[in-house]
Design a protein around this ligand. Structure first.
Ligand code: MN
Length: 421
């Protein structure tokens, strides 16, 4: 899967792309954007600019008239688009013709890249599952199914929003352990969850499962995903049917779809399971899929409080983790989801679950970082946080790095908390 589009020597005539943290010419993510006061259209981020696909087609610079939906549904189109954009944006002979179809990203609005039909959130981060399990069940943190079955639940697609949209503090029902009756009001334990989003490309027909050996072909790309969580609602409502209003008030994603092609240099073998762990059942096991099943991606979480903004302090790193801490690979999540015949559809979004690392500074939620609120996190503004407060902005970022390749990023996944309405 490595080809000339990954060449570390390849540069763009869009000068801001060369050395760009997120969007050098080796990335070429897919997205939907609007230039100032104009209609949404598909495009690709290149450095600090966004290039419009349809205009390139109209100008005779690109072959296919493409919608995001078509590109997600058809891997051959996705790969062809990457080859064409790589050539157009690197070869100076196209500069004069293509340059009018670039827009400064700072002047554009980014939208959800497609209509999300269904959203499912998994629980594949084993360090998160153990740490959170300990808070709820000190003697029995990991339930007996965890190492056999990828745990997930069906989430809510309508409240998924692109980076930058504010998060209104949810109201809901809670019952403090010492209280006799529940009460209703703004969440006092509002949290984030550091996750990756997996975009479904080609779907499967109802009743026809996806073989683990071909599951990767059903993934069109990745994004960052913040599964905002009201822990006080969650603790009261989650039994016996799992997450509901504690999660579905909002989910923020980074709006660019980073393709499997862009991530090809950053594949890792899925780490062998620790001694004594069960082997996955055969329907979830494929030697080849395991060999490149994990992603070499470092993940960071930043916070910026209202006080920090007032004091001109930069955002503070709350945590850094790695995508390789997932117990199940994205391919295993896809195969498991469809294993009963459930039909995945183009544009569905799967969340991985919170990707915490094994150490206390690599936790992917405040629930873990503050040990359930018992050890508030200290910030450079002399504030502390057990959970998120109004005015706090939370920022997720991802970075893929490998020797001999130009590193790429995902762009921002940002949300600021507004007071309850
Ligand atoms: Mn989650």
């Amino acid at each position: 899967m490595i080809d000339s589009t990954h060449d570390p020597k390849l540069t763009s005539w869009v000068l801001s792309a060369n050395g760009h943290t997120d969007f050098p010419i080796q990335n070429l993510p897919l997205g939907l954007f609007s230039p100032t006061d104009e209609a949404p259209r598909p495009g690709t981020a290149i450095g600090g600019q966004i290039v419009e696909w349809q205009a390139l087609v109209a100008a005779g610079l690109m072959q296919d008239s493409l919608t995001i939906e078509a590109v997600l549904a058809t891997p051959a189109l996705r790969k062809s688009l990457r080859r064409q954009l790589s050539k157009l944006l690197s070869d100076p002979q196209y500069r004069e013709a293509a340059e009018p179809y670039l827009h400064a990203a700072a002047d554009c609005t980014l939208h959800l890249p497609t209509r999300i039909g269904d959203y499912t959130d998994f629980y594949a981060g084993i360090h998160h599952a153990v740490t959170v399990g300990k808070l709820f069940r000190p003697d029995n943190p990991l339930l007996p199914n965890y190492k056999h079955v990828p745990i997930g639940y069906h989430g809510r697609a309508s409240s998924i929003r692109p980076s930058g949209e504010p998060v209104i503090r949810p109201k809901g029902q809670t019952k403090a352990p010492e209280a006799e009756t529940p009460s209703f009001g703004p969440s006092k334990r509002l949290d984030f969850e550091l996750e990756l989003g997996i975009w479904v490309g080609p779907g499967n027909d109802l009743g026809h499962p996806i073989d683990i050996a071909t599951a990767a072909d059903h993934i069109a790309g990745y994004c960052l995903l913040n599964d905002w969580s009201a822990r006080d609602f969650q603790a009261w409502e989650y039994q016996p049917l799992g997450p509901f209003l504690a999660k579905n008030f909002m989910t923020t994603i980074s709006p660019w779809i980073v393709t499997p092609e862009a991530l090809a240099p950053f594949r890792l073998a899925q780490a062998p399971r620790p001694e004594g762990d069960p082997s996955p059942l055969p329907y979830l096991w494929d030697e080849t899929a395991q060999a490149g099943g994990a992603l070499k991606l470092s993940l960071e979480v930043w916070i910026e409080t209202a006080d920090m903004r007032a004091q001109n302090l930069p955002p503070f790193t709350l945590s850094h983790s790695e995508a390789r801490h997932m117990y199940w690979t994205p391919a295993q999540l896809v195969t498991h989801h469809a294993s009963n015949g459930c039909n995945l559809q183009t544009g569905d979004l799967l969340g991985t679950g919170t990707i915490s690392g094994p150490t206390s500074d690599s936790a992917g939620s405040l629930l873990e970082l503050s040990e359930g609120g018992k050890k508030p996190v200290s910030l450079p503004s002399n504030e502390t946080r057990s959970f998120l407060e109004d005015g706090d902005a939370l920022i997720l970022s991802a970075r893929a790095e490998a020797d001999g390749y130009v590193s790429i990023g995902f762009g921002e996944c940002r949300g600021r908390i507004l007071p309850a309405a």
